[in-house]
Design a protein around this ligand. Sequence first.
Ligand code: ARG
Length: 562
Amino acid sequence: MDYRRYIAEKINVDGVSADEVASLLNVPPDPAMGDYALPCFRFAKALRKSPALIAQELAAAIPADEVIAQVTALNGYLNFRLNRAGLAKDVLSRILCEGERYGTSDVGGGRVVCIDYSSVNIAKPFHIGHLSTTVIGGALYRIFNFLGYRAVGINHLGDYGTQFGKLIAAYKKWGSREEVEKGGIHAINDLYVRFNNEADEQMEHEAREYFRLIESGDKEANELFDWFKSLTLAYVQTIYDRLHITFDSYAGERFYTDKMAPVVEELRQKGLLKESEGAQIVDLEPYGMPPALILRSDGASLYLTRDLAAAIYRHDTYHFYKCLYVVAYQQNLHFKQLFKVLELMGREWAKDMVHVAYGMVSLEDGAMSTRKGKVVWLEDVLSRCVEKARAVLEEKSPDLENKDEVAELVGVGAVAFGALCNNKIKDITFSYDRALNFDGETSVYLQYTCARAASVLAKAKAEGIAAGEAPDVQPCEAEAELVKQLAAFPDAVVQAAEKYEPSLVSRCLLDIAKQFNKFYLECKIMQAEGDVRAFRLALTRAALTALKNGLTLLGIGVPEKM
Ligand code: ARG
């Protein structure tokens, strides 16, 4: 049941809709105040009364019923206390009945949400800078699907540009098939770095020539290019597998090669294109932005040109409700320009495009040695974190059987959670030790809480005690609080989608876990008897269900035991 709605419908204030009231209802920080509170300050002007008086009058007009146990007025706030037993029964039966589906809904109604994320660059390192786009995008992808939208995951590959000419030139001069086959992406990257360090005029010329050959469809140049591309994709796939990331489309920049001319033509016809120092631009000065560069003076297209073609293609192909770009805030201007140009072209759907910007991730021990010098490869961060997780497990759970598998879930989860637990726009500094702290606001804390709940349930099962339906029991404070945290999960998922903010799910899970552990310590589950024990077991199962569903949305694995 949606308690906010239920309460809102009981409140009559002239000229204020139930929706508005529902959005004003908040959860007081101190549970002693009540389960929900309605600030009455907003109504004072319209009703020409003091908020305190409004709260008093409203309180007197709302009778207690099977959901609302008590309504009190305090300092301009209307405080609601819900019927704990009723709430517990309602929430638990819903979670236990829905299981893996708890938190889903059909708010999406099948509407399509395109999500452009990860979008790696072929033949370039997959580095720590790609962590956030990959895991935030992946989480949004699952969250939207969970809510009944149809998410389309797009990896807008960076597979266009002169760097491929350079790469081929370097390969021809210094590379060999065996070496690249053996070294994969790392060998390719070495060649590229070497070109940038050592290439002379002659090689630069060759590079331009090879790029031209790729563009003109030359067989050998394209074979080499395809080979580099497939090596890169095979490599990034190993990382996507570890992070539980999937895509529906790998249409990258190159895919739009033949789709840009019509866009440029349309710009020209609509009188938007201007010549400036030989280049073709769209003047955005009236909107306070630098010009959007569409074609260079040599006729070459740009990143923005390909994004224009891609946006139009996505709209025409998927008829999206929203089109999201999970890309670092460094590209703010790029997306503002992109959306503006589309708007000027008369594409009314430009308003449905969203740049989901996020902050920077840096490593605490910046001195970490990587195979590649300055660039921190994501793969190395994952391996290092898994290694550290293995050591922590050795210490905390020496008897654990499958330590390697658990260390993989814990270590990889910790890296992902690093980019998922804070407001995404914040710059963060990742610390292995902090991320692997069993008692911190970490994924390992969540995983450990799941393992703890699972072990209680396993113990009950071993003793032949069923953790079935929740019997009618008057919950104590800790139990009632846990029920409330669990009840908040579906709304957290909806909010995460609405605000493009997976950290709202993370925060909700941390709240649930904290409250579960409080309950676990205060209420002896297995030492209780009869209905009380049955109720506590049901609560334990419900908590495990909500935590698992949330972690799955975030792409974080849950070990059975820890
Ligand atoms: N490959 C680009 C980069 O690494 C990100 C692409 C983002 N997506 C887009 N449609 N522009 O910076």
